[in-house]
Design a protein around this ligand. Structure first.
Ligand code: TYM
Length: 337
């Protein structure tokens, strides 16, 4: 019975094209977990507007992201997929949780500090949405009483603050929220930039050679991998001293299932050329079927809209149950029927 299954909640922002970081850090694991858990996979458009978005691009990317979830293997029959802004409980719960969150703890978040740096010396200043971003993420997770949240390593701090807010609320009132755990994959948790392998691969980088998009054509993938920064050591070894090689080994290991020791053995004494070629082919093999499916699905708007309608109904029902509890506990008078 699906009622007895533990609950998963996760989401991706439709704020840019997805990279293989998003894929290996999050999406690929969602697919693995879908049979065992009752899963809510959300397109977090409210989060996306914390930085300026072109409305028509946001609309297009929102549907493309849903198509990517499905193309990657998330089964719409088994999982609840929906758009965050369709379930108003997220914004409402966020307001309440804001009142149980300290500005100090929000301004200490690494992601907030990094993102707000970009606004230094800029007349516009840092939007309050960027500061409050983790509270919305907490609302997302807590509304569904999620047990597990599969994300990449960069979200660890946001999960920690989610747990803190939930515990604070539970202690002040009475148990209201389940305290969620993170699910951070061993190998894909932090896919690094291909040009600066000590930094996270990010879609917002100015250098397109530093990232691979899920939708990059095979030849582009081959070119980007061949240009990936390695080192002058010339040995395929899984070592922190060779961050570029380590990152490519991680990618090869996730895509082929080979252990890193096997990879070391296979390329022993061969330098990097064949190794890089194989990484590129493994990626092409993994991504090409997804790309074909995404292109097919984005043309079937009726199908996508059906999934979103069903998703919104189920998600609203579950989220509003928790929201009502929250409202009652803080002292709001329920609506008169
Ligand atoms: P977002 O949209 O930035 O990224 C989506 C997911 O991709 C992971 N990720 C990576 N993993 C490994 N290596 C990388 N280089 C890499 N880059 C990104 C992220 O860790 C994430 O899992 N705040 C979230 C979205 C969100 C959310 C939620 C997630 C909103 N509400 C509730 C879980 C639960 C974010 O900005 O992800």
């Amino acid at each position: 019975m699906s009622d007895e299954k533990k609950v998963i909640f996760s989401g991706i922002q439709p704020s840019g094209e997805l990279t293989i970081g998003n894929y290996f850090g999050a999406l690929k694991n969602w697919v693995k977990l879908q049979d065992e858990y009752d899963c809510y996979y959300c397109v977090v458009d409210l989060h996306a507007i914390t930085v300026r978005q072109e409305p028509k691009d946001l609309r297009r990317r929102t549907l493309e992201l849903l198509a990517t979830y499905i193309a990657a293997g998330i089964d719409p029959e088994k999982n609840t997929m929906f758009i965050q802004s369709h379930v108003s409980a997220h914004a409402e719960a966020q307001w309440i949780l804001n009142c149980f969150t300290y500005v100090g703890e929000l301004s200490r978040m690494t992601q907030f500090k990094d993102k707000s740096k970009k606004y230094e010396g800029n007349d516009v200043g840092v939007g309050a949405g960027l500061l409050n971003y983790p509270v919305l993420m907490a609302a997302d997770i807590l509304l569904y009483q999620a047990d597990l949240v599969p994300v990449g390593k960069d979200q660890t701090q946001h999960l920690e603050i989610t747990r803190n807010i939930a515990e604070r609320f539970n202690t002040l009132y009475s148990p209201t929220f389940k305290i969620p755990e993170g699910y951070i994959p061993e190998k894909g948790a932090k896919i690094m930039s291909l040009q600066e392998p000590t930094k996270k691969m990010s879609k917002s980088s100015d250098n397109p050679n530093s990232f691979i998009l899920i939708m990059d054509p095979p030849d582009v993938i081959r070119k980007k991998i061949s240009r990936a920064i390695t080192d002058s050591i010339g040995v395929v070894k899984y070592s922190d001293e060779q961050p570029g090689v380590k990152n490519l080994m991680n990618i090869l290991s996730i895509t082929t299932g080979m252990a890193v020791e096997e990879i070391e053995k296979k390329y022993d004494g061969q330098g990097y050329a064949q190794f890089k070629k194989d990484v590129a082919e493994a990626l092409v093999n993994e991504l090409e079927p997804i790309q074909t499916k995404v292109k097919e699905l984005v043309n079937d708007k009726t199908y996508l809209e059906e999934i979103l309608k069903k998703g919104e109904q189920k998600a609203s029902y579950v989220a509003n149950k928790t929201l009502s509890k929250m409202m009652k506990k803080v002292g709001f008078i329920p609506k008169f029927k």
